[in-house]
Design a protein around this ligand. Structure first.
Ligand code: UT7
Length: 330
């Protein structure tokens, strides 16, 4: 691909309300010690005040546009990565465009669960290859709490809500920009049943008057997901480094999917990247699904962890199964 893909601005957003491990202790049979030792998570932000996917995307997008020094009017394409859209129709991307005060653009949602951001980023790269003059907004958001069963201790302790956004265009990178060097994404539907949200889909429809069933919420075989997450994220991150002739020593900051600290540590160990180079914020957000990586990236940049010149490695894994990696040069 000849056209460059440059991140001109990054933004993130999370709801104000916090659910701590102590709060969860009052909801299900669990305890802070178990949650922290098994996952590293201490609290998560949850949309208790009715914030929607588009609400969070809007705030993250506004922040990204401001960093990029751009007006919404300049955007040509809007992509939202989510499995928890405001509605099936209209898409969250269409609603977000309207909220941004623009129309007449290509606007679409991308569904790849926790890998959604990298799938959307790869889509944006393809758009820029075809239309080098394009200015693409990628927003990744999940209101996972809307699909979490807060009586299921195996899942409710893990997830939180959040959003991250990037504004992309081609050309040469400015001092605070990042070049997307590559994106690798993959999937294997054979393992789809290990992590599902089926209820309400055409394969598991609801009729008017039906009570909400368990299948409306996230259902997961945690141990199996854990194993595959470690395996797939490690291999796709190793693959992208090798493809570009880099070694683990070239990586300045590694930002993996913020699913579980043990998964993050296991992937870091497999790649032999020292803990000091691995950025995590799952302790305060939990697993925010599609938002996880852009939210962490945006925070890492804002905190000065990612500096100009740094090589940043991203890794994702999610339901589908889907997984991916990306290399950014700041
Ligand atoms: O984006 C991808 C999304 N999914 C993931 O990333 C999830 C990946 N999987 C995981 O993170 C881990 O598998 C979990 C954190 C979900 C579970 O940790 P684990 O070490 O795999 O625990 P386990 O499921 O093997 O359960 C061990 C024990 C069980 O009790 P018994 O059968 O040994 O008596 C569970 O019932 O822990 C029990 N347990 C809990 N105890 C206290 C499960 N959840 C809880 C809980 N609090 N919240």
């Amino acid at each position: 691909m000849n056209t460059s893909c440059i991140i001109r601005g990054l933004g993130h957003c999370a709801p104000d309300s916090v659910i701590t491990n102590a709060d969860l202790e009052r909801m299900v049979e669990t305890n802070d010690e178990w949650i922290v030792s098994r996952t590293g998570i201490r609290e998560r932000r949850v949309a208790l005040n009715g914030e929607t996917c588009v609400d969070l995307c809007f705030s993250a997008a506004k922040a990204a546009l401001e960093k990029a020094g751009m007006q919404a009017e300049e955007l040509t394409h809007i992509i939202v990565a989510t499995f928890t859209p405001d509605a099936f129709i209209p898409s969250s991307a269409c609603t977000l465009s309207h909220r941004l005060g623009i129309s007449g653009r290509m606007a679409m949602d991308v569904s790849a669960a926790c890998s959604g951001f990298l799938y959307a980023l790869e889509t944006a790269r393809s758009i820029l290859a075809l239309h080098p003059e394009a200015k693409v907004l990628v927003a990744a958001c999940d209101i996972v709490s809307s699909r979490v069963d807060y009586t299921d201790r195996g899942t409710c302790i893990l997830f939180g809500d959040g959003a991250g956004a990037v504004v992309l265009s081609s050309g040469t990178p400015g001092a605070s920009d990042a070049q997307v060097l590559d994106v690798l994404v993959s999937s294997d539907g054979a393992m789809g049943d290990l992590l599902t949200v089926k209820g309400g889909g055409s394969g598991t429809p609801y009729k008017l008057g039906d009570a909400i069933r368990r299948d409306f919420f996230v259902e997961m075989n945690g141990r199996e997901v854990y194993k595959h997450a470690v395996r797939s994220m490690s291999s796709v991150c190793g693959e992208i480094l090798e493809k570009h002739g880099y070694t683990k020593d070239d990586v300045d900051v590694f930002i993996p999917h913020q699913a579980n600290l043990r998964i993050v540590e296991a992937v870091g160990k497999r790649l032999d990247i020292p803990e000091s180079k691995v950025f995590t914020n799952l302790q305060k957000y939990g697993n925010t699904s599609a938002a996880s990586v852009p939210l962490a990236l945006s925070e890492a940049v804002a905190a000065g962890v990612v500096k100009p010149g740094h090589l940043v490695l991203l890794g994702t894994f999610g339901g589908g199964f889907t997984w991916g990696s990306s290399l950014l040069r700041f």
